[in-house]
Design a protein around this ligand. Structure first.
Ligand code: GUN
Ligand code: ZN
Length: 431
């Protein structure tokens, strides 16, 4: 048994503050007790310390928040972040498909997977729902690297039988490979499987049917795809599926809309689609830096809230421009305001942690630093730069958090902890 006690300022938001005003939990001088990686006690230091005599308490200088959870990101695309000049469909053809083809080489996949997970940790991200490539071994590479780091990662082979040469599978190989991966990885480490059709345009009807079958056959997996991101994409989907009520309805027809479905983007959604998302329990990974970068548009936070659609936050690297969930939360604020919605900084923290955990169906394990949860957390430094230090001195909690979101990024991540153990320390690493 290993017991660790950490003393510091602790903040978490376990439920959507729009629905539950008591969701915010803040201990200005808190104590967090971690036994074998699990939070066993949390509360004000003054109340809790006497219950644990003899336990060495480590003071943590900074703001302790739950580890960030990136609800949508592509690991093979990290080497094509910041690729200039195109909207979605041309960007895929010109920049992304070529870089994904390189993952036919397992050694390359291994190398990028390790660098990718280390970059997540550097940014305070402890869990993520990750697109790999069409190659089954791209999942093995990611999951093995995640096992090494004991990270809670969800992923699954990309299905794309209508993809370009060199990135195509078939409905049958998609089914066989996915089944084999599910069997190989089930129950190992902190990993979870996601059946991952790329988007409606790169899968045949037969393959979308296969994806729906996999989701129905395995109650412990989730489904991850893209939805209604870009106008040209939406027009192409409408042309191919003239009978569908809208883009979401295409997925619905193949059994892909349910409470284990995670859709990235959802920029161009009808009220019907929002109502259907809400009723089915499906949710949206909102990716504001990507939506700006590709000129896709702005997510309608008001429409989603009015319909009670579950949402989380994703970076969508390589279309997203930063691995930092702090920065992503800051851009989410600006994107929301473009459509008249004021995103509260505490709600933004919720979306980057427990909100994304709920979306990914891992909320019992991580996201809020509650007793019984795994102790993944980040130590934030709201004095990381001279400007941050000036802006956060004598500021309220919400103001400090907002300044971290608007001005902060990886520089504000002092340490990242995985199951109570330090996995990244700004002061110990020179990379
Ligand atoms: N739609 C289909 N594939 C992709 C992708 O790789 N990135 C983004 N942003 N959208 C997509
Ligand atoms: Zn994406």
């Amino acid at each position: 048994m290993t017991l660790y006690a950490y003393r510091g300022e602790i903040l978490s938001v376990s439920h959507d503050p729009l629905q539950d005003r008591d969701a915010v939990r803040h201990e200005a001088d808190g104590l967090l007790l971690v036994e074998d990686g699990i939070v066993v006690a949390r509360g004000p230091y003054a109340d809790l310390a006497a219950r644990y005599p003899g336990v060495t308490v480590e003071p943590l200088p900074g703001l302790i928040v739950p580890g960030f959870i990136d609800a949508h990101i592509h690991y093979p695309q990290m080497d094509r972040i910041a690729s200039h000049g195109e909207q979605l469909l041309d960007w895929l053809d010109r920049h992304i498909f070529p870089v994904e083809k390189a993952f036919v080489d397992r050694a390359h996949a291994d190398q990028v997977a390790g660098l990718f997970l280390d970059e997540l940790l550097r940014n305070g991200t402890t869990s993520a729902l990750v697109f790999p490539t069409v190659h089954a071994h791209s999942v093995d590479a990611l999951f093995e690297a995640a096992l090494d780091r004991n990270m809670r990662i969800l992923s699954g082979k990309v299905l794309m039988d209508l993809g370009p040469d060199g990135l195509c599978d078939t409905p049958e190989s998609a089914r066989v490979d996915s089944e084999a991966l599910i069997a190989r990885w089930r129950g190992r480490g902190r990993l979870g499987y996601a059946v991952t059709p790329r988007f409606a345009l790169t899968s045949s009807d037969d393959q979308l049917q296969v994806a729906g079958g996999l989701l129905a056959a395995h109650p412990d997996i989730v489904m991850h795809t893209h939805l209604a991101e870009n106008e040209r994409e939406c027009a192409a989907v409408a042309e191919r599926f003239p009978d569908a009520a809208d883009y979401l309805d295409v997925y619905d027809r193949f059994g892909l809309v349910g409470d284990r479905s995670i859709f990235a983007h959802g920029i161009h959604l009808s009220d019907r689609a929002c109502a259907r998302l809400s009723e089915s329990g499906a949710g949206v990974a909102v990716c504001p830096t990507s939506n700006l970068f590709l000129g896709s548009g702005f997510f309608n936070f008001t429409q989603a809230a009015d319909h009670g659609v579950r949402i989380g936050l994703g970076t969508d690297v390589g279309a997203g421009t930063s691995f930092s969930m702090l920065h992503t939360a800051g851009v989410a604020y600006q994107a929301a305001l473009m459509r008249g919605h004021r995103l509260d900084p505490l709600r933004a923290l919720y979306l980057a942690t427990a909100g994304s955990a709920r979306l990914l169906r891992i909320e019992n394990r991580v996201g809020a630093l509650e007793v019984g949860q795994e102790a993944d957390f980040v130590l934030l430094d709201d004095r990381a730069t001279p400007l941050l230090a000036r802006r956060t001195s004598e500021a309220s909690l919400a103001e400090r958090l907002f300044a971290l979101q608007i001005l902060g990024d990886d520089r504000a991540v002092y340490r990242t902890y995985i199951m109570g153990q330090c996995a990244w320390d700004r002061n110990l690493t020179t990379a």
